[in-house]
Design a protein around this ligand. Structure first.
Ligand code: SF4
Length: 458
């Protein structure tokens, strides 16, 4: 067994099943001691998705949510169940959609109905960039057929059972392939030969616990700690005197990339839920560099990863917004980890999209857009919102420059002009300031009164 503070990833295990009710904490402890530092818990329906998310939150693991092809909702409940699933997919620890796919071995549901649901899950992954965890049993060619030729999201073919030619196709399309305990079974020579065809950067190890235990535990309950047996077998197959640690690290990196957790391809949350409100995170750009800005200390909030290395495309932002059940929220706030007016065209398009769904919109802004928009354009922008919250943060230019370090000359004047324009439109508005930021809050309060704007101290 591996041990110590090593990096290892069980890329697929069902800790939500009742098999772990009695000793879940111990099972997770065992995995850490065996060097399996990261665990993904995919689910099969709404109940297990909720449990998987709870476990992931409690133990700092990852979860995925989906309807397994053997556990699909009844036709009459389809839309409601799908909506509930998309609410679960909003949770910060739920970072992938899975497991979904096709199962023509059990055929609990007819193939056409299975394909309908598989397609729904694929479309969600396409819209959001969430990794897609695919189950296929007796349906490997059909699964490959259903998946788009070119994908903008990682595809993880869990517990892959395709033959050589299907494996070659999957590999050529850049999919990740998950291998399990049976790789260690003495008679499974063919399976081991197949694994040799998979490029090292596409292979994932998974236990599929509580099922498919490796050789020494056949007939017993499987658990994530036993990933180490599969890693050992992969090391043997890879040869070249690789150490167990290096093998485990390579496979860990693969899983980090597959689940978009790796710095190389980290997925940034565009839509996120905080309390009862939904937020849209368009950009990490900002004209200011406020001393209190959370971006100075964190890369996210509430468990979400919100730092954009590069701004997301318009297509991804709009499709991400529409992928989630926004109509169930009272208000959608355009805020995020940067200044939303830095992307003014996309901001307006996104807000209009939300408004068209009958949901209220709020803009949280530093109010500096008057530096690059004329009065007409600012009013046009404001027409996309039901309310606006403006960061005032100071009682005058000198204090503002000290606290907010703006990159735009005359920022204070731009901010004052923005407030004037906001007032002229009659839109619901307030200003805000941050406690302990070094601002003289009494003076800020007096200024807000003079401006006749409600003040919120954050
Ligand atoms: S204006 Fe907002 S996003 Fe920009 S630096 Fe200040 S706190 Fe951060």
């Amino acid at each position: 067994m591996l041990s110590g503070d090593r990096l290892g990833f069980d890329s697929h295990c069902h800790l939500h099943f009742h098999h772990f009710d009695e000793d879940l904490s111990q099972v997770i402890k065992n995995s850490k001691e065996a060097g399996i530092s990261h665990i993904m818990i995919p689910s099969i329906d709404l109940d297990t998705a909720e449990i998987a998310a709870e476990i992931a939150e409690k133990y700092n693991l990852y979860a995925a949510a989906a309807f397994h092809p053997e556990h699909l909702p009844q036709k009459s409940e389809s839309e409601m169940e799908w909506k509930k699933l998309r609410h679960i997919l909003l949770k910060p620890e739920v970072i992938a959609i899975g497991e979904t796919g096709l199962d023509y071995f059990h055929k609990t549901f007819d193939p056409e109905y299975q394909r309908y649901w598989f397609e729904k899950h694929i479309k969600f992954a396409e819209a959001t960039g969430y990794p897609l965890i695919v189950h296929s049993r007796g349906a490997e060619p059909e699964v490959l057929k259903e998946l788009p030729e070119s994908v903008s999201f990682p595809v993880i073919l869990h517990c892959w059972g395709g033959d050589e030619s299907l494996t070659d196709i999957a590999v050529a399309r850049g999919f990740y392939i998950g291998v399990d305990g049976p790789l260690t079974y003495k008679k499974n020579k063919k399976y081991r030969e197949l694994i040799k065809r998979i490029p090292r950067n596409r292979l994932l190890v998974e236990t599929d616990s509580p099922f498919l235990p490796p050789e020494p535990y056949r007939g017993k309950r499987n658990e994530p700690a036993y990933t180490s047996y599969i890693i050992r077998m992969v090391r043997e197959l890879w040869g070249e005197n690789l150490s167990i640690e290096n093998t485990s690290f390579t496979l860990w990196q693969n899983a980090m990339r597959a689940y978009r957790l790796h710095p190389d391809n980290r997925r940034t949350d565009i839509v996120y839920q905080y309390g009862k409100l939904l937020y849209v995170n368009l950009t990490s750009r900002c004209q200011n560099d406020c001393s209190f800005c959370i971006r100075q200390f964190e890369d996210g909030l509430g468990g979400y990863f919100l730092t954009h290395e590069t701004d997301p495309s318009e297509e991804l932002v709009l499709s991400s917004i529409m992928a989630f059940p926004i109509e169930d929220f009272e208000e959608v706030v355009f805020c995020g980890f940067g200044e939303p007016t830095s992307k003014v065209d996309l901001l307006m398009k996104s807000a209009e999209l939300v408004q068209a769904s009958g949901v209220k919109t709020r803009l949280n802004t530093n109010g500096l857009c008057t530096a690059f928009l004329n009065d007409f354009q600012v009013k046009n922008l404001l027409s996309c919102f039901d309310s606006v919250s403006i960061s005032l943060n100071a009682s005058g230019a000198k204090q503002y420059n000290r606290i907010c370090s703006p990159s735009i000359d005359g920022s204070w004047e731009h901010l004052m002009r923005f407030i004037k324009l906001v007032k002229s439109t009659g839109i619901t508005a307030k200003v805000s300031a941050v406690n302990n930021s070094g601002a003289d809050l009494q003076r800020v309060k007096a200024l807000a009164e003079r401006l006749q704007m409600p003040l919120r101290i954050r």
